[in-house]
Design a protein around this ligand. Structure first.
Ligand code: NAP
Length: 252
């Protein structure tokens, strides 16, 4: 019984940003639970695909640069045609730009808002069309601690991730009665390429570590459990929730 609650056999999960970091671990985690995987990525890097295929499930790469909103708009019908379903969507891909607010370039603002918010919105909307129609689906957005807090030197990222948290609740309100779960995962400080600037700064890195109750930075592997839970029947009555996977940061 416990196993079947988390079983994703024959489901099709669409994951953005699966080439590395949190998205790669989530894609592999969903595949370990039995899901077939559609990787939406801008490069043809097939490392994650190869790892997933070793698990005995299907994995296809769909070329999709999240800057290209026309492509973002039409990619899910392609997944549907090739893999037969769109059951789970994980909006994971994201970018970071750090500058003091007075110097923040408008081009960086536009880029961050496009990739981290508008592309997420469009994929939610397109998945929502398919999922509300089939009366079943799971959408998992990746929010951030700055969905709650302000951060420093990252105003565009904070604005986008705050909005991703609110969008998650707005869509859950519309779609929960139609069989579609929309939730978010809130990562704490995770040791990925996105945080190289923080990890390489001995002062910031120590300050951050001292504030994490778990006593360590997070690892992409820490996200498999939360993603499987929100993608599976185990979370069928969970809607509009932001699930922190942060080593206790927000509780402190
Ligand atoms: P990461 O290691 O930098 O990986 C980012 C992923 O996004 C890569 O797969 C990258 O693909 C993809 N991506 C970036 N721009 C793209 C575009 N225009 N089109 C398609 N794909 C694109 O980041 P991460 O730390 O794993 O972060 C994953 C998610 O968690 C993001 O939404 C991030 O904001 C969020 N998050 C991370 C942390 C943290 O501490 N790391 C904390 C809170 C929230 P390429 O290989 O093509 O670059």
């Amino acid at each position: 019984m416990m196993v079947s609650l988390f079983d994703l056999k024959d489901r099709v999960a669409v994951v953005t940003g699966g080439t590395r970091g949190i998205g790669k671990a989530i894609a592999i985690g969903l595949a370990e639970s039995g899901a077939n995987i559609a990787l939406l990525q801008r490069s043809d890097n097939a490392e994650t695909k190869r790892e997933i295929e070793k698990l005995g499930v299907t994995c296809e790469i769909f070329q999709c640069d999240l800057h290209d909103l026309d492509r973002v708009r039409n990619v899910l019908p392609e997944v549907l045609e090739k893999l037969g379903a769109v059951d789970i969507l994980v909006n994971n891909a994201g970018i970071q730009r750090r500058h003091p607010a007075v110097e923040f370039p408008e081009s960086d603002w536009d880029e961050v808002l496009k990739v981290n918010l508008k592309a997420v919105w469009i994929l939610c909307q397109e998945a929502g069309k398919i999922m509300t129609d089939q009366k079943k689906g799971k959408i998992i957005n990746i929010a951030s601690l700055v969905s709650y807090q302000g951060g420093i030197f990252v105003p565009a990222y904070t604005a986008a991730k705050g909005a991703v948290g609110q969008l998650t609740k707005a869509l859950a309100n519309e779609w929960s009665s139609l069989g579609v779960n929309v939730n978010a995962i809130v990562p704490g400080y995770i040791a990925t390429e996105m945080n190289t600037a923080l990890i390489d700064d001995p002062v910031r890195s120590r300050q951050i570590l001292e504030r994490i109750p778990a006593g360590r930075w997070g690892d992409p592997e820490d996200f498999k459990g939360a993603a499987i839970y929100l993608a599976s029947a185990a979370s069928d009555y969970v809607h509009g929730h932001l699930l922190a996977v942060d080593g206790g940061w927000l509780g402190r």
